[in-house]
Design a protein around this ligand. Structure first.
Ligand code: VAH
Length: 318
């Protein structure tokens, strides 16, 4: 059975639903620090309140529920982390080491995501290699690089089957993101439908890797089901689907909402974070070692996002 931490998050909520559909509703235990509202789809299957800083509770849950796969998503994202670096270190690393210790003790398979945030200003910005310098300047990036190293350590020292990907910005219409730098690329779709305009906190010409949620979910499944003998890299694989700047996503939205207008009010904190990240990363290792493939480009994602958000927001006049 699969245990997911951070199941109420942007990625966790959709991953829980997707894995329940794939492996069976009662095979996936969603957990988070608090209980979802009673109407949440998360409660249509097993759900437990779990604080990832409580290693004892995590171990007891894994043992009781006969968990054989831990997917550890609970973490603070880049912008939130930068506001409270010590809390971010304690949650991101304290939670991770607890989850890895439980995975070691109960011999479970293990997944946790890294991020393009694991790169820094001295990393090559274009076609960022799988193996390259990683000197991130955000506390989020420090926890991501540390997490990659810790997961590799648990693999070669304790034979834990740890696997991970460096996610780009994730875009989806089910659960809004929380506290990231790439969240503008989600917010813009909501505002385009609600207001016909969007004021971007990320400036023109700021390119970042992005991916539509269905491709992110499929990537986790493909990696976790991959033949371990073929994995040369494990923590963590570069993956991406597209790279764009605010002007490009605005232009794509305009094709669907001709009156859409874009303006800018750059947030220096999140702009500095974005400037320290790559423009686009090379993901040939993921293709070679486990057949990574993304289906959605900017045009296909925009069409699907707007179609689903019109229904979700009840918008008929845009
Ligand atoms: C963030 N969405 O912005 C996350 C992610 C690559 C970006 O790590 O912090």
């Amino acid at each position: 059975r699969i245990l997911i931490t951070g199941a109420m998050g942007q990625l966790g909520s959709e991953l829980t639903t997707t894995l329940r559909a794939r492996y069976g509703n009662d095979q996936v235990i969603g957990t988070d620090i608090r209980r979802p509202e009673e109407t949440s789809e998360l409660l249509s299957g097993p759900f437990e309140i779990l604080n990832v800083l409580d290693a004892k509770a995590m171990g007891e849950l894994v043992k009781k529920e006969k968990v054989d796969t831990i997917i550890h998503l609970a973490a603070l994202l880049s912008a939130t982390a930068e506001k409270n670096p010590l809390l971010a270190w304690n949650i991101n690393m304290g939670g991770l080491v607890n989850a890895l210790e439980v995975a070691r003790e109960f011999n479970t398979q293990f997944f946790t995501p890294s991020s393009i945030g694991a790169f820094g200003p001295t990393t090559p910005k274009k076609d960022t290699p799988q193996d390259t310098i990683q000197r991130p300047t955000t506390i989020y990036g420090v926890t991501k690089v540390s997490g990659e190293l810790l997961c590799d350590y648990y693999h070669h020292r304790f034979q834990v089957d740890t696997r991970g990907v460096r996610f780009p910005g994730l875009i989806g219409h089910v659960t809004p993101p929380g506290g990231g730098t790439t969240d503008y690329a989600v917010d813009i779709y909501y505002d385009a439908l609600k207001k016909g305009s969007y004021t971007s906190y990320i400036g023109k010409g700021t390119f970042m890797d992005m991916m539509y949620m269905p491709d992110a979910l499929n990537a986790i499944i493909a990696l976790m089901e991959a033949d371990p003998a073929k994995l040369i890299h494990r923590n963590a694989f570069n993956i991406s689907a597209m790279s764009f700047d605010p002007e490009m996503i605005a232009a794509e939205i305009k094709k669907h909402i001709p009156g859409f207008t874009m303006s800018y009010d750059v947030d220096p904190v999140r702009q500095a974070i974005a400037d320290a990240w790559p423009d686009n990363i090379d993901y040939s290792a993921a293709i070679a070692e486990w057949g990574f493939k993304a289906e959605y480009d900017l045009a296909a994602m925009t069409e699907d996002m707007l179609k689903n958000l019109r229904i979700k927001l009840g918008v008929t006049d845009r």
